[in-house]
Ligand binder design. Structure first.
Ligand code: SAM
Length: 402
């Protein structure tokens, strides 16, 4: 089999064409046993991609997984690893199958890929993670250690001091013969954990190609970087839109992708020619970079039982409760905004949407609008508590009546 190509066909058959002990990493993302057909239309609606995930029985499904894993084990180098991606539907059965083929002793980690999702109204806990099982072919597996930052609550001064156990098992700082604290080994940070928060591709992401269950390249890059080096071979027997191959190519690894769907193979080939990888601002800057409301604004929103809206200059929040079955947008008058500016911004953000109530919270005293034309708007104005107090004070010092 030639390297850096995508092949069409049943992966069990295709994998037999690969030499034994030749592969460094297999990313294995099969259908998840959802018992339905997955289909998605591209953004420009020019093409519909689909694959079937309907099975006669669980045994039928696990039969495919096991046969494929046996071939995967054969083609992996003794230093190689497999990462099997699944979800809560069949993860417990798949783990048993992996133990059967690779051996319990070769289980390395269960990675929890967690992401934020829009809530749906289903009863029960919102599912917001998938599982990736990491098994190696042997105990001598390749692994590149990565470190992450300490939590802000970690006292680094403390963890740089060596510890020992007392006779009754208590952990205490180690001291030398002069009573001085013994300083420990160099610390590089916290080893990368098995819980990965990587955003799901949003519907507008440039990377999205319209393939159902498409995974983010960033997720694949994380996997590839920890168990392979440049020039290593990465194989994806269920490559779909070719995400793994795009990630491998961008990291100068060799790759082979296999998929039973002709459409998927064509799409993956096209994707490799013009690779688009979405950079995640969330990962780069952290979730806090999205939080731009001041404490004052948050306090106002909390006091009226509203949820804050970030990164929208026209709407600062929505009341938790609808009014006449429609959401209620809130705008807080900004420091440098006139009341009219605030109303205009709110109206602009509401364009094309029908609300039964829109509210501006006035935060500054204002006399008269200096507009040429009067602003026509059905926005309701409510004065903030701070403004009301300021007005009371003014009234107290400057008598209204002569
Ligand atoms: C979960 S999707 C993979 C999605 C992919 N990781 C991506 O990011 O686009 C599973 C893929 O397995 C393929 N498939 C199902 N059975 C197969 C088989 N026996 N051999 C090869 N591919 C198969 C389907 O066509 C589908 O594209």
């Amino acid at each position: 089999m030639e390297l850096n190509k995508i092949y069409e066909g049943n992966c069990i058959k295709r994998l037999t064409e690969l030499d034994s002990n030749s592969v460094d990493l297999i990313y294995f993302d099969p259908p998840f046993f959802t018992q339905k057909k997955h289909s998605l239309v591209t953004r420009d609606e020019s093409k519909k991609y689909e694959f079937s995930d309907s099975w006669e029985s669980l045994d039928d499904y696990l039969g495919l997984i096991e046969s494929c894993l046996i071939e995967c084990k054969r083609v992996l180098k003794s230093s190689g690893s497999v990462f099997l991606h699944c979800d809560k539907v069949a993860s417990h059965y798949i783990r048993v199958t992996l133990d059967k083929v690779f051996g319990m002793k070769n289980f390395r980690s269960e990675i929890i890929w967690s992401y934020k999702r829009w809530s749906n109204s289903k009863k029960g806990l919102l599912n917001s993670h998938q599982n990736i099982y990491f098994y190696s072919k042997s105990k001598d597996f390749k692994f590149n250690q990565y470190y992450t930052d300490y939590a802000p609550t970690t006292n680094i001064d403390q963890i740089l001091q060596d510890r020992k156990r007392t006779n009754n098992g208590k952990s205490v700082y180690k001291t030398d013969e002069n009573g001085k604290i013994v300083l420990g080994k160099e610390k590089k940070g916290v080893p990368l954990s098995d819980t990965w928060e990587i955003p799901y591709l949003n519907p507008k992401a440039k990377e999205r190609v319209g393939y159902p269950t498409q995974k983010p390249v960033l997720l694949l890059k994380e996997i590839i970087k920890i168990v392979t080096d440049k020039g290593d071979l990465v194989v994806d027997p269920f490559c779909g839109s070719g995400t793994t191959c795009v990630a491998a190519k961008s990291m100068e690894r060799n790759f082979i992708g296999i998929d039973a769907s002709k459409d998927a193979v064509e799409l993956a080939k096209r994707r490799l020619e013009e690779m688009i990888i979405t950079n995640s601002t969330l990962l780069k800057k952290g979730a806090k970079s999205y939080l731009e409301k001041t404490d004052y604004e948050l306090a106002i929103l909390k006091s009226i039982d509203a949820l804050p809206v970030q990164r929208n200059s026209g709407i600062d929040g929505f009341l938790k409760n609808h009014f006449k079955e429609k959401p209620v947008p809130i705008k807080i008058q900004g420091k440098n905004e006139t009341l009219d500016d605030a109303i205009e911004k709110l109206e602009k953000s509401c364009q094309g949407k029908e609300y039964n109530l829109k509210i501006v919270i006035q935060t500054k005293k204002e006399t008269k609008s200096n507009r040429l034309f009067e602003l026509i708007s059905d926005v309701e104005i409510i004065k903030s508590d701070k403004l009301k107090i300021e007005e009371l004070k003014t009234r107290g010092t400057v008598p209204n009546k002569v």
